[in-house]
Write a protein that binds this ligand. Sequence first.
Ligand code: AQP
Length: 326
Amino acid sequence: MARVFSGIQPSGTLHLGNYLGALQRFVQRQEVDDAYYCIVDLHALTLEISPEVLRQATIDTAALFLAAGIDPDRCVLFVQGHVPEHTQLAWLLECTASYGELQRMTQFKDKAQGRDQVRSSLLTYPVLMAADVLLYDTNIVPVGDDQRQHLELTRNLAERFNHRYGKTFVVPEMDIPEIGARIMDLQVPTKKMSKSTSSPQGLIALSDTPAEIERKFRRAVTDSETEVRYDPEHKPGVSNLLEILAAANGADPAGLAPGIASYGELKQAAADAVIELFAPVRERYAELAADPGTVAAALRKGAEKAEAIAAPTLERAQRAIGLLST
Ligand code: AQP
């Protein structure tokens, strides 16, 4: 059984990209793997976020995980901030990473761009992410395409630490889906759909109503041609809609194109597919939102199980690097 770990930040409303690139596959993997899923609340502090918004988004994200089919009896679901080993290991790994390699992270450059104040944690959080993954002796990390560079860093840090201090960490592999790995913003299809940077019109939230989903797809930016063709470089808007339709139906985006006569038909088909995909999630989410005790209890149980794995890994790393035991 492979050990699987992945996380999502409670930095806003979960969206279609998070669902297709990550959450949907988390649900599939819990059936066959030893899966650990984390709501990475500490990562959400890398950008300005009010305490009330963070608290609510953490609970909402947990409820959406459960609503999407994450089952705490089949996997371990927990909040990063409940397991202190994450920040403790992050420090040891920061002493393994270099300033130069962190500065090269494209997510850092993108998110720092145009801001007067950049939190130093925005530079260092990929190291915290490496700690998240390495604490659980993870074999596989299911993520979307935007996390490729961070996962490479995780692998490099693990290999460097092992080389310098002796075999301590499992070096994980990443699992990026062929279809749905980078869902684009519906209004700016050259940019990825993102919690923190997409406008409400560019993003399909997991909690959107069917009417909202339909309206957003109807207004999605395409191009001035009329041919439905899968060509991400020259037709990013149309290709994104084909990719969404394909990912929702388990099909191939290029193969779908010839069967669709117009942009209007494509938008309607994509909207229908997403409405159907999200309907059970919305229904279950409404039940869980009215029952925060169930969500909190699941997270408490998850943190205990997570810590039982994380603590010995941290201890191993502390000894390897030369820290005295108490
Ligand atoms: N547009 C996307 N298409 C496919 N997968 C995506 N993911 C994110 N956006 C897309 C995947 O979702 C998981 C959780 O991501 P995250 O919350 O840790 O942060 P992120 O990757 O930076 O996602 P966002 O939505 O853009 O959040 P913010 O705005 O807070 O940075 C990851 O597996 C990610 O690849």
